[in-house]
Design a protein around this ligand. Structure first.
Ligand code: ZN
Length: 234
């Protein structure tokens, strides 16, 4: 399938998943569909403007609008506040099946072959990234760190597995680093990576995968590279 056709197929699957997101609106004002809100939010990251405000300004121009509408088929472009109101109540896990949808399309189209490198395996890099930090705002899902100055930071982070190879990459379902029920100790990158391997290892072992980890994750194995055997059960 040509690249453009593959992209359109992925967007179509994305739209299908997003259209079934739970809609918490109770009134009759349903001007925007959930998929329009979610695709508008996604296009922020796709087009990589410096901020949501810059994105909104770009959307006000003809070029931005045509990008969101032609690339992602967004019918109506909601404002950033409308997007937040619609998407904030949606648990992120509701969007997770999209990652498997995309992986299956790549597999069916034979596009995963282009990602194979070391020993003909897919290299899956597990790495953590912080996406929120504050010394004033916090919630029940925050992790906490105390600096040498005595100041306390609350933050949110996530392990973001990615199939990597020279020239291209493919994001896989993430694992959030959040306090776990029944655990006194704070969650961390390594335990989140272990959870991911336990949950998804069997699926990826079928694809012949080599897992890469940096120093934070490498303690799972002594060398930082794990080949998942085909008999992996988590
Ligand atoms: Zn928080």
């Amino acid at each position: 399938m040509p690249a453009r056709g593959l992209f359109n197929r992925i967007v179509e699957l994305f739209r299908q998943r997003l259209s079934s997101l739970p809609d918490k609106r109770t009134g009759k004002n349903h001007r925007y569909g959930m998929e329009d809100a979610a695709l508008s939010a996604f296009s922020v990251f796709f087009t990589q403007p410096p901020s949501f405000l810059a994105y909104q300004r770009m959307m006000e121009g003809r070029k931005g609008k045509s990008n969101a509408q032609s690339l992602f088929g967004v019918h109506q472009i909601p404002s950033d506040n409308q997007i937040r109101n619609l998407l904030d109540p949606v648990p992120p896990e509701q969007v997770f099946p999209v990652f498997e949808d995309i992986l299956q399309v790549l597999e069916q189209q034979g596009s995963l072959k282009g990602f194979r490198s070391l020993a003909d395996t897919l290299l899956v890099a597990l790495d953590g990234t912080e996406y929120f930090r504050s010394s004033q705002i916090h919630c029940a899902s925050c992790s906490t760190r105390t600096l040498k100055t005595g100041e306390t930071h609350d933050f949110h982070s996530v392990v973001t597995p990615v199939i990597v190879c020279p020239g291209q990459s493919q994001a896989l379902v993430p694992e959030f680093i959040v306090p776990q029920e029944g655990h006194d100790q704070q969650d961390c990158e390594m335990t989140a990576a272990k959870r991911w391997l336990s949950q998804h290892g069997q699926r990826f072992s079928a694809l012949k995968v080599t897992v890469l980890g940096d120093a934070s994750i490498a303690t799972i194995s002594t060398v930082g590279i794990i080949c998942l055997p085909s008999c992996w059960k988590g």
